[in-house]
Design a protein around this ligand. Structure first.
Ligand code: F6R
Length: 618
């Protein structure tokens, strides 16, 4: 949600900033801009639209300099426009600010400033922050600032008055080789280079330049110069500066030969499952090995209840997790929308573990719900992809997904990795309780076969494309599934609607007759997730109910199920597996269906309208 890139060093800054923004474009893409420092002071260029529009503008303006900041925006305050694009300047025009987050008290600050004669050119909260920093700067110029640069003191002083969230980067014309950054609630990472340093919302912006990074914590302020950097805490705590080495390479954040990141990430899924499982199986004891939980076997045996909190696709993975924990470990499990949980006074008994499930580790609602659980004294664990993210750091322990960077805004490979991690967790906790070694062994054997089974489904991408094309005029879809394939129906519907903007609803198949059946007619296709299993026959009855109302049916079925082909209009087959693991296979055709459908409609799959990856505002 908004991407920030800053640089200070010897190289020409504009191309580096634009390159960094391109890698962050998935965080927001309604407008973009840069500001650079050079002998003329501070110069900026901003443009509504994608990074390409900014790059075209920069060709004309040819901004030169060796220090600068930049931003790709996902609008919160003020519509997408050239004027609302970041960077924003203070009243003097000598300080520029880019910002990710929301300044909740901006209106109050703005009114004060207006009374003092400040004039604003945009509708954004960020421009108010820039002016506020400018005011503090005027005062800091007249003070000693404890030996700090006045711009550093000004940023710190201004942020003390701010209510809300921010990841910011600031430059000032009076300090041509300094970039200041600070965060609270929105991520910010320093990239450590030789004779140069970077600042960005996310590692992918600078991975092509450096793999040594420092994840800033809330209330930390960083001052970057070509030859080094300082990190200060804006609280009484001492900052702990730790340089981490990023494991993945720049290629992982490239599309390669794929037309879209989403398709690349769908095709990476056999590999991402292997990455999530690697080193985490104890074959002898038929269980999983999960060292990062930081809980002993005795503590885990004492767990009476599990709460899984998440948003969006990660919430769908949590729903699959509920089936897994209850079935394999016999632990009562509840799934909560993080955004609801954070404001509820939900009683949580002793011996409850709260899991936050999140790809980015930065989702504002999930982070707030995690903090709320911690405040109430509960053990909190994270199932998270992004190493060093806020949620990963603040949880008491957890499981990393090792899925590599997920750039496509619609989550695919992180979802499958989350389910894999939940399988491992349920297996581990089950084996500490009553799950038999025989079933544990079977789960492991089947889990290890899943990547090759996914390959088989991926090889049907061409046929799935034809099916998607056939239905491309449809405006409404119903997705049905039961048991652990019900969350898959929800996820299939979400994938379709978020990237192709058609209406799609996921439902538990048997619930259809309590209302949604009214939607069914010849123009409303139903996608039914119906692999063989203990309620297969019931699903067939649901399918008949759709057909009886002339609804077209696309079925996801188990290989060899010829009976379903006689009833459904189209069938996509998946290999058979244990029922508990079916979601790992049944989601793949639905991801491909959504992808091909959106491409057939000419939609921008990797950057769907109104969306941004990593929702760091409420
Ligand atoms: C949908 C999607 C979102 C995210 C949600 C939570 O394709 O990607 O629904 O799943 O915003 O994000 P994380 O998992 O980063 O907390």
């Amino acid at each position: 949600m908004c991407g920030i890139v800053g640089y200070v060093g010897k190289r020409e800054v504009a191309p580096l900033l634009v390159e960094g923004l391109r890698r962050l474009e998935y965080r927001g893409y309604d407008s973009a801009g840069i500001a650079v420092l050079n002998e003329n002071g501070l110069q900026s260029c901003k443009k509504m639209g994608r990074i390409d529009a900014l790059a075209a503008e920069l060709k004309k303006t040819k901004l030169k300099g060796h220090a600068g900041i930049s931003h790709t925006r996902w609008a919160t305050h003020g519509e997408p426009s050239d004027l609302n694009a970041h960077p924003h300047m203070d009243q003097s025009g000598r300080i520029a600010v880019v910002h990710n987050g929301v300044i909740e008290n901006f209106q109050k600050l703005k009114e004060k400033l207006e009374k003092e004669g400040h004039v604003f050119t945009s509708q954004t909260d960020t421009e108010v922050l820039a002016h506020w920093i400018g005011v503090k700067y005027q005062k800091a110029m007249k003070s000693t600032n404890n030996g700090r640069l006045p711009i550093v003191s000004a940023v710190e002083e201004a942020l003390r008055d701010v209510v809300g969230t921010y990841g910011i980067a600031v430059i000032c014309a009076d300090f041509p080789d300094v970039v200041v950054g600070a965060r609270r609630g929105s991520p910010l990472v320093i990239g450590v280079g030789k004779g140069e340093n970077f600042l960005a919302s996310d590692v992918s912006a600078m991975i092509a330049q450096t793999r040594d990074v420092i994840y800033l914590k809330d209330y930390e302020l960083a001052v970057l110069k070509p030859g080094g950097f300082d990190v200060y805490s804006m609280t009484s705590q001492q900052p702990t500066v730790q340089v981490s080495r990023v494991e993945w390479s720049a290629d992982a954040a490239e599309k390669g030969d794929f037309p879209h990141f989403m398709l690349k990430e769908i095709f990476e899924q056999p590999q991402t499952i292997q990455n999530a499982v690697r080193g985490r199986i104890n074959h002898e004891e038929c269980t999983a090995v999960l060292g990062g939980l930081n809980l002993s076997a005795t503590q885990l045996r004492a767990v009476d209840r599990i709460i899984l909190m998440a948003c969006g696709t990660s919430w769908h993975a949590a729903l699959v997790g509920e089936y897994l924990f209850e079935e394999l470990a016999g632990i009562p499990t509840e799934v909560e929308y993080a955004s609801e949980f954070r404001y509820r006074n939900a009683p949580i008994e002793k011996n409850t573990i709260v899991f936050a499930i999140t790809q980015s580790g930065e989702t504002a609602d999930t982070l707030a719900a995690l903090r709320e659980s911690k405040r109430k004294g509960h053990t909190t664990l994270a199932i998270c992809n992004v190493v060093g993210s806020t949620i990963a750091r603040e949880a008491d322990g957890g499981v990393y997904l090792h899925a590599g960077p997920e750039i496509g805004v619609a989550s695919t490979k992180a979802f499958i990795s989350q389910i894999t991690a939940l399988v491992l967790l349920a297996l581990y906790m089950g084996r500490l309780r009553s799950l038999s070694a025989a079933l544990g062994k079977k789960i492991i054997e089947e889990l290890e076969l899943i990547p090759s089974k996914i390959e088989k489904i991926l090889s049907q991408s061409g046929e799935i494309n034809k099916i998607a094309f056939k239905y491309k005029a449809s405006k409404d879809f119903l997705f049905l599934g039961r048991q652990s394939n019900f969350p898959i129906a929800l996820e299939g519907a979400l994938k379709l609607k978020e990237i192709s903007y058609v209406h799609a609803e996921g439902y538990p198949a048997a619930e259809m007759k309590h209302g949604p059946i009214a939607l069914i007619d010849k123009d409303t296709p139903t996608v039914i997730v119906a692999p063989r299993g203990n309620i297969y026959d019931k699903l067939m009855s649901n399918l008949e109910e759709v057909k009886a109302r002339k609804g077209p049916v696309i079925a996801v079925a188990t290989e060899g199920d010829e009976a379903i082909a006689k009833k459904a209009d189209d069938v996509i087959y998946v290999p058979s597996t244990l029922e508990q693991l079916q979601p790992l296979l049944t989601i793949i055709p639905l991801q491909l269906f959504a992808y091909h459908f959106a491409v057939a409609l000419g939609c921008d799959v990797d950057k769907p309208r109104n969306l941004a990856k990593s929702v760091t505002v409420e």
